[in-house]
Design a protein around this ligand. Structure first.
Ligand code: MSP
Length: 664
């Protein structure tokens, strides 16, 4: 049955699979899951996409290090990410992997649309590339990446350019017409001044990378990671057939602040070029800091989510992340503050209110929700506060103001604790008026608890489900329509449900010790991807360029694929060493039609002088690239022998073959 509810489509970033999730990644995902649950409760037909970004040099290298093919590496890592989100109660509807076939088709289709519309052209590019951020950066050779501080590499390659420069005005017009497109305000201003400063065309394919989605008919080009990754948002909801699912354009892309530019500039430009609808909003949150630095694997300051979930429960982590940091700003993580919040807000706050309310109803009202009698002004005052809190919390949630929303809810809990202290139902006697007064107080308290439970459900899905059933409420809190939440809906006479442990108090030092010990254990664990494959990833060939292959490197290829590689007999004319590159030789090779300069990684095994006049097999139709700053225009074929991959040049010892003859 097609739903007639309004649709809401939101996304987390797709995460790199060369590492495992830490609580920085967890933050993006938990926020998204909270919004997803909230929107459901507001009556939307919601789809949330999360997933993994699995291509690029980083994965190539990590897989090689693990000694497994890339496809095996990413499959295991993606499974780890998925399992963790399950443990955290994250209800992603779509889990997209950028190695999914449907995704590859969408990327290729999007490229074709952009190209057919005249926004793609071929070219060459040389620049400093940061393989960790998957981006060219504006620094000189030898300088580190300005964003992450790690070394950059000089890359020269043939590629296809996207005419980003053509979109300066359309993007500025779009931002002006849709002032809420980029949130928060500070990020919007940052993006605006970047675009106003002028846009340079963007290289969107690579020939120096093998592990990527092939550009059809243009191999060895593969798509640049961001053209590939951003498109995941569209592939998850139908790709070229997005109109059929009805979820595109996305309502919200939730991202960390360091990737706002890709989402707020590149992505809308790609979509405009392809003539597709643009997402409605991109929201950039801040970073979780550890010792004042962005948590990241390379700095070694990461905190993993599992130990926290194990010791305090998943709701505690969710609550802490959303309460402690103002959404959009950076926030410091500390175990101390985490346990402090857990004990004060969850154990002593919500947990205590739920258990004492249930215990009093159990003891005094036969375990059934009491029927209130006459309301006193102090009861109606609490009712008014609760009704106001409902409005304010919904307003804050709509603005993604999670910490303020939770603050409001906890002020209601505090007001209710105070109300109980002043009304002290436990000291009332057994007379009829006393019983009636007690029933009114306990009903009022239980009604606050019901409202608090419904309002906190998007943040605390596990514990609120327990409180909901404790209050004898039907179904799950997640199916309660928040639009209809009002004071006074708690029906009397309903029996209470089973009482379950919510947030047992915990001694701070002990909790921290346990979490830190588990964290250390986790760090000692071997990577989920260990070298189980029989053959290590292939050793580099002797020539300058990488071998051209589609992602499924292990698959068999047809003869037509082989025929695309043009190999010829060449004769080495000159050979010399390259200063500063002890593995490389610079050769000039006669291939029959021309003399080519080719670099070969054979310097440690062949004396340059002895190579002059030698006939070799050369791949002649590889795109040129620079190695150690020296242009290499082709590749010499060699066998890779022994564990260290010693190159042995392929040759023609039996016959004097003609220079330029084609190898078939
Ligand atoms: N693969 C790209 C995203 C492509 S989206 C089309 C990527 N992946 S990532 O794994 O590095 O990070 C994804 C998300 O995790 C980002 O939103 C990022 O901000 C978030 N976080 C990673 N470390 C973080 C913190 N320390 N704090 C908060 N979030 C951070 O980028």
């Amino acid at each position: 049955m097609p739903s007639n509810k309004p649709k809401f489509y939101l996304t987390t970033p797709v995460y790199y699979t060369n590492g495992l999730p830490h609580i920085g990644h967890t933050y993006s995902t938990i926020v998204c899951d909270t919004i997803r649950r909230y929107k459901r409760m507001r009556g939307y037909d919601v789809v949330m996409t999360t997933g993994t970004d699995e291509h690029g040099v980083n994965v190539e290298r990590s897989a090689k290090k693990a000694g497994v093919p890339e496809s095996e590496f990413v499959a295991k890592m993606a499974a780890e990410w998925r399992a963790l989100w399950d443990e955290l109660g994250v209800q992603g509807d779509e889990f997209i992997r950028t190695t999914d076939l449907k995704h590859a088709h969408t990327v290729q289709w999007l490229f074709k649309q952009c190209r057919d519309n005249g926004f793609v052209y071929p070219g060459h590019y040389t620049g400093q590339y940061c393989i960790y951020d998957n981006a060219y950066v504006d620094v000189k050779p030898g300088e580190n990446c300005p964003d992450c501080g790690r070394p950059t590499e000089t890359v020269t390659e043939a590629n296809f350019y996207f005419k980003l420069s053509a979109f300066q005005k359309p993007l500025l017009d779009w931002y002006a017409k849709h002032p809420d497109f980029i949130q928060p305000e500070a990020r919007r201003n940052e993006v605006l001044s970047f675009v106003e400063g002028g846009l340079r065309d963007l290289s969107i394919t690579r020939t120096s990378v093998r592990w990527g989605i092939p550009v059809p008919g243009e191999e060895p080009h593969v798509f640049y990671v961001w053209f590939d990754a951003l498109t995941a948002y569209l592939s998850a909801v139908g790709g070229p057939q997005y109109e059929k699912t009805g979820y595109w354009p996305a309502d919200l892309h939730l991202v960390g602040k360091e990737i706002i530019r890709f989402h707020a500039v590149y992505w809308p430009a790609f979509l405009m070029a392809a003539g597709l609808p643009l997402p409605k909003q991109v929201w950039a949150h801040g970073w979780l800091l550890m010792d004042s630095a962005k948590m990241s694997k390379s700095l070694g300051n990461v905190v993993r989510p599992r130990p926290i979930v194990h010791v305090l429960g998943m709701d505690a982590l969710r609550y802490y992340l959303l309460r402690e940091t103002v959404f959009g700003q950076d926030g410091n993580f500390s175990y101390d503050a985490l346990v402090q919040r857990y004990n004060s807000d969850l154990a002593n706050g919500l947990g205590n209110l739920a258990s004492r309310t249930a215990a009093m109803i159990e003891k005094n009202c036969g375990g059934k929700i009491p029927k209130p009698a006459v309301f006193q002004p102090q009861d109606t005052a609490l009712a008014t506060t609760a009704q106001e809190v409902i409005g304010e919390v919904l307003e804050q949630y709509d603005k993604l103001g999670f910490s303020l929303a939770l603050e409001e809810i906890w002020s209601l809990i505090a007001a209710t604790d105070k109300y109980l202290t002043t009304e002290h139902p436990w000291s009332l006697g057994e007379s009829e008026p006393d019983q009636q007064r007690r029933a009114t107080i306990l009903w009022t308290t239980a009604e606050v608890l019901r409202i608090v439970t419904a309002l906190t459900h998007p943040v605390l899905p596990e514990s609120t489900t327990k409180v909901w059933s404790l209050l004898g409420q039907p179904d799950q809190p997640g199916s309660f329509p928040l639009d209809g939440l009002r004071w006074g809906q708690l029906a009397p006479a309903k029996p209470l449900g089973k009482s379950q442990a919510l947030f047992p108090r915990i001694e701070k030092a002990e909790a921290i010790e346990r979490m830190e010990a588990m964290e250390k254990e986790e760090q000692k664990q071997p990577s989920p991807v260990t070298a189980t494959a029989a053959k290590p990833a292939s050793a580099p060939a002797a020539g300058g360029a990488a071998t051209a292959a589609a992602p499924a490197a292990a698959e068999k290829i047809g003869i037509e694929d082989f025929a695309r590689v043009e190999m010829r007999v060449g004769q080495i004319k000159t050979a010399e060493r390259i200063v500063g590159a002890d593995k490389l030789l610079k050769l000039t090779v006669d291939i029959g039609t021309e003399i080519r300069q080719i670099c070969a990684g054979i310097a440690q095994y062949y004396e340059p002088e002895k190579l002059i006049g030698r006939k070799v097999a050369v791949v002649v139709n590889l795109a040129p690239r620079k190695l150690r700053g020296v242009e290499s225009n082709g590749m010499i074929i060699a066998a890779s022998v022994g564990p260290e991959g010693r190159p042995v040049l392929a040759g023609f010892p039996d016959e004097d073959v003609e220079i330029g003859a084609r190898l078939k």
